[in-house]
Design a protein around this ligand. Structure first.
Ligand SMILES: [Zn+2]
Length: 427
């Protein structure tokens, strides 16, 4: 039997353990926001990984956004040294999950197993991936204890809210620097036979149009900020959306629609605040003097972020030229540059080779339409040799009745273990 066959058999034999581990993780309701139970899940992972010979560190992202004594941002980093010095392979998973929402037919935190799947919030995104990486590492350590280098597994907070209390914080402290980590695999649910090389960029901004308040019976005495915003929307429809749809990327973004530049209007609000549901009176008649829009622009690796902002400013200036009294403010809320690892980067090549062995076909390379923690590993950690690879069907993330397939987890764990065999010297 080759070492590959033995690793695959060892992981298949650990199937029940993989399922139980996933169930345990799903049953810890690490909802974010507000960021519940981070300590509990880190303690659980600490016990599990210590048993497997990992040295563990629990790190609280003190004073990171969201961190408080009530909702502390705990993270865990575990490291298992090999028999001698060598390269380090790091598996990074986020431990937070999003709200459950409505429409569930199972308990979102029950970890129910049926039809070959584990159900629950976070089963797919991404506790199934975390469990697969742990079982892959444990099986590899059991069969190849003389490996050179080190294996690291981290469970990190707040990915769903930007990662500032998780990977960004740890990267700032040097945990993801190239002098201690060589290869990073993020087991996000990108489907078991796909390698995700990176993500598009993000630019969020808040736009405000200004007017003048007056009595609603005499709107000509005021200046309506909502009408000014209406002019912005008309210009967006006429010129911006067609221009964005015409910008195409060579990045292999999935789904296909996200290979163009996109813009979403996250929110639009003008005039008096909406009344609370229990208020039974009528609104008062006023001309709105402020209107605010939050835009979410996703951009391509071929675009420069300065051009992305300039394009919006040019649109606003065109509106101003044609519209007396038009005044606005534009304020950036958030930016992330696009990130894309090369297909021939060592970690991508090792996972592609492992995938070929397990599935008998070539890996599909994809890029994510939205960002994930790779942005911090790339920009703060300066570590380019990073991909996302894990079980779970991307489309199920954040949905009701989220699940992860057990066969998918087993096969992904096999791919991860074979990639460890390639990346860490066994001789
Ligand atoms: Zn995720």
């Amino acid at each position: 039997m080759t070492i590959a066959d033995r690793l695959r058999a060892e992981i298949a034999a650990r199937r029940d353990d993989l399922v139980a581990l996933t169930q345990d993780l799903v049953r810890i309701p690490t909802l974010n926001p507000p960021g519940r139970e981070y300590r509990a899940i880190c303690d659980y992972l600490d016990r599990r990984l210590s048993r497997a010979g990992f040295a563990t560190r629990l790190i609280r992202a003190e004073d990171a956004p969201g961190d408080s004594d009530r909702y502390p941002r705990w993270n865990i980093i575990a490291r298992r040294e090999g028999a001698r010095p060598g390269q380090c392979v790091h598996f990074n998973s986020h431990i937070d999950v999003v709200e459950t929402g409505h429409g569930w037919s199972v308990d979102p935190f029950g970890g129910e197993v049926k039809d070959g799947r584990v159900y629950g919030r976070g089963a797919c995104d991404m506790k199934g991936g975390l469990a697969a990486s742990i079982v892959a590492a444990e099986a590899f350590i059991a069969l190849c204890p003389d490996y050179a280098g080190a294996i690291e597994i981290s469970g990190t907070a707040d990915e769903e809210s930007g990662g500032f209390g998780g990977v960004a914080y740890l990267a700032e402290q040097g945990w993801f620097s190239p002098d201690r980590v060589d290869h990073v695999i993020i087991p996000e649910p990108l489907n078991k036979d796909r390698i995700c090389l990176g993500h598009r960029g993000v630019w969020w901004a808040e736009l405000e149009t200004k007017g003048e308040i007056a009595h609603g019976s005499m709107p000509f005495l005021g200046d309506c900020a909502v009408r000014h915003m209406g002019a912005v929307l008309v210009e967006m429809e006429a010129s911006l959306f067609p221009a964005l749809a015409g910008k195409r990327t060579a990045m292999p973004v999935v789904p296909e629609g996200a290979r163009a530049s996109t813009l979403n209007i996250n929110s639009l609000h003008g005039g008096a605040p909406e009344q609370a549901a229990e208020y039974t009176g009528l609104p008062s008649p006023c001309v709105p003097d402020r209107c605010r829009m939050v835009i979410d622009r996703r951009f391509l690796i071929e675009e420069d972020i300065a051009e992305v902002e300039a394009e919006i400013r040019a649109l606003l200036e065109r509106v101003r030229d044609g519209r007396p009294g038009f005044e606005y403010d534009l304020r950036e809320l958030f930016r992330v540059l696009p990130s894309m690892t090369a297909r021939d980067a060592p970690v991508a090549a090792a996972v592609a080779a492992a995938l070929r062995e397990v599935f008998g076909r070539e890996a599909q390379y994809v890029v994510s339409p939205g960002t994930y923690d790779q942005k911090h590993i790339d920009r703060i950690g300066r570590l380019k040799n990073c991909i996302a690879y894990g079980p779970g069907i991307l489309d199920l993330a954040h949905k009701p009745d989220e699940y992860v397939g057990i066969d998918d987890m087993v096969q992904s764990a096999q791919v991860m273990a074979l990639a460890l065999r390639d990346l860490l010297d066994l001789s």
